[in-house]
Write a protein that binds this ligand. Sequence first.
Ligand code: ARG
Length: 582
Amino acid sequence: MTSSLLAEVSGAVADGIAAAHPALTGADPLVRPSERADFQSGAALALARRAGLSPGELAGRVAASVRTNALADVRVSGPGFLELTVAPDAVWRRVAGRAAQAGLGVPRVEAGRRTVIDYSAPNIAKEMHVGHLRSTIIGDCLARVLDRLGADVVRQNHLGDWGTQFGMLIQYLDEHADAAWRRGDLAGGVSSVSALDGLYRAARARFDADAAFAGRSRERVVALQSGDPATVAVWREIVAESEAAFRRLYDRLGVLLTPADSAGESFYHDRLGDVVDELTRAGVAVVSDGAVVVFSADETGPDGSPVPLMLRKRDGGYGYDTTDLATLRYRVAELHADRILYVVDARQALHFRLVAGTARRAGWLPDGVEVTHVSFGTVLGPDGRPFRTRAGDTVTLGSLLDAAVERARAVVAEKNPSLDPAEADRIAELTGIGAVKYAELSTSRTKDYTFDVDRMVSFSGNTGGYLQYAHARIAAILRRAEGGPDPVVDVTAALHPAERALGLALDGFGDTLADVAATLEPHRLCTYLYDTARAFTDFYEACPVLAAPEPEHGNRLALCRLTAATLREGLRLLGIAAPERM
Ligand code: ARG
């Protein structure tokens, strides 16, 4: 039983439409969950003209033709809506079926589809900032959901580990062996990325102010690119140092990325010349003013002139654009991607359009391979402007998480003062991190959102803490029932309205995940889990569980178990911990 009641009812209404009016065979039955009945369909309104009938007439004929045991009642309302009420035993059968299987009825709709997800992608020698937080959290959730639906997911962390800035960094280290962040001090240090960030600023300042130093830095870039061993060794040290710090953050965030997922810009370095040659031979790239560029007819700047993609600068250097072309070609030809997702902020939209357009013109993107920029907005501070510290610096991820965990500690202590200190610390960490991730995932990703720690860490409203707490509360109920017999669902039992609402909500889990995959919008899963947790609260207020006689006791315990399993799995797919006690 992997399809949902919604799918079953949709099928029955589609058959009813075909039986009522054969010319409409195959039409979308437009069945949706509804407030008034369990489901509603506006199909008669949409199809009446094609049938040559009034909506009310068509709806009446469809209602008379729908045949399924899943429905107790089909009626016409308003100008021609169908209102569909599910039969009580159909709800209980679903609960029994879902409870009996491990899979929670999740359909394998993405089966075998090789999906490359490009996410996180921070820049070496710089702090990972709040913009990378969005990419990391959204990308990780999508990787989990697509995997759960059967996709063959390939995670790719496109680290910014290459480019002219490394010439400047290495040269600076070479000339300032006594600096506070000299190599020996960096190794393994907790603040190594901060130190590298400081190094970056100092090197940049000198580069901008001192032309001779800038010249030596450019020579260093050449040395790095041609593989000079001493230069490459320092570069490796900087990369390893940064990566170790990123890894600590990934561990703390509980994201799936491992070192094996890292394929940074440097990985493509050897392929860039070939990319430019091929595009030039194919006539896609042209030489303009000594540089090699691609002009795209349909992308023009504000002044109407075409926006170029820069493949090779006049000085022979390659950059971000060329690397992304090589990356795209590699992902199709060597990773055999059916679909490629770039989880990157909205400001890079034009870049990805140009890259995909160019690859298509070059014949690197076979029909059927999808390239999608999963874009997201900016994180704003309390003042509504891009989030910065008081000093005007970008806010670092580590300090943000610390602030959230600090707030969570206070909330947890207030909620449950009797927890022992070590346990309270552990839960504060899980709640604080969960709160930040949930705040990120629960807002529509294309919108900018305001970073507000107090709201994130609250246990009420649509927050991570609310869901974690709801799950822990059900876990406590289940602990009290432990030792008793396994609940047996009696499908002939009466169905309380609150049981109906919860049962139908639980049945929608698989459909919700499929919807997240289709839209690449994690907030739909958050909304679903929040609604389900609230349906549970209403149910628990209206329906005694442990004190109820059979068959209510067994049926309701099965609902509790299924709710706990659904919330736990939903939180896992969001990448958020679901502690058993809070
Ligand atoms: N490192 C880049 C940045 O911080 C993001 C890279 C995204 N991925 C890509 N294939 N371009 O802006």
